[in-house]
Design a protein around this ligand. Sequence first.
Ligand SMILES: NC(=O)C1=CN([C@@H]2O[C@H](COP(=O)(O)OP(=O)(O)OC[C@H]3O[C@@H](n4cnc5c(N)ncnc54)[C@H](OP(=O)(O)O)[C@@H]3O)[C@@H](O)[C@H]2O)C=CC1
Ligand SMILES: O=C(O)C1=N[C@H](C(=O)O)C[C@H](O)C1
Length: 251
Amino acid sequence: MRVLLHGCNGRMGQVLSRLISGMDDAKVVCGVDSNIDKIINSYPVYPSLSEVKEEVDVLIDFSNHSCLDSILKFGLDRKVPLIICTTGFSPEEKQKMVESSKHIPILNSANMSLGVNLIISLVKQAAAVLYKDFDIEIVEKHHNQKLDSPSGTALSIADAINSSLDNKFEYKYGRYGKTEKRTKNEIGIHAVRGGAIVGEHDVIFAGGGEIVEISHSALSRDVFGYGAIRAAQFIIGKAPGFYSMKDVIEE
Ligand SMILES: NC(=O)C1=CN([C@@H]2O[C@H](COP(=O)(O)OP(=O)(O)OC[C@H]3O[C@@H](n4cnc5c(N)ncnc54)[C@H](OP(=O)(O)O)[C@@H]3O)[C@@H](O)[C@H]2O)C=CC1
Ligand SMILES: O=C(O)C1=N[C@H](C(=O)O)C[C@H](O)C1
């Protein structure tokens, strides 16, 4: 598998470089990063996708949401499947991905770990049983270099719960300045930023007499890296479409 790493000099790009360098059946053939002076790589690195000369089988992206248009253009022009792991996309940007996936296979997931994708199905089950009597709050914790808040994973968890309950919940991002009581139809979403926290998500179902918590802690970025590699292996040869990690795990 010939991989193009988009965002190759970032934290996740470097994890992917290391993991793929230890594989016999995969190779990073080139990378793209706006910061080309930062790191010496064993493969060519370009400042933009328009300069890439190599033939690749898949593009794995861990960069910034502002790169979306150039990634979609590259995928569409070169007929290359895309694994988009970046977070912080607006609803309009997500819609652009969906439109492009009519022509090429695109997988987008805010969290590539097996564990988070498992808890997404667990929280849906829990919410279906508990939602009438329990308040639902999500707390996410990440390192102090993270740009987007709340995390893409926290939003995916909230969306999973909400879509399984007829989208009747409204999201409340923190409660600064609020002077009224919590209502039944809200999901609270809270972001903590500090130190080197890799990524933690707690989904709290708080009832009158008991609390149920479903939590995930990433102990290393390698879990996201392994998930992205598995997703890349999955998507090569697939028909155009919009895929998720659920498709990878269930194959
Ligand atoms: N789906 C998942 O499982 C995971 C998703 N993520 C997401 O992946 C993204 C990257 O995370 P992380 O690696 O920690 O972030 P980093 O900031 O460490 O890495 C991003 C890299 O992309 C580069 N970059 C930024 N803008 C551009 C551009 N326009 N063109 C080319 N390269 C660009 C950055 O360069 P510069 O330093 O110059 O800005 C940087 O080197 C985030 O959105 C994060 O939330 C992270 C972990 C897991
Ligand atoms: O920026 C990160 O680091 C992470 N971002 C993702 C998110 O926003 O959900 C996934 C992971 O928790 C790490």
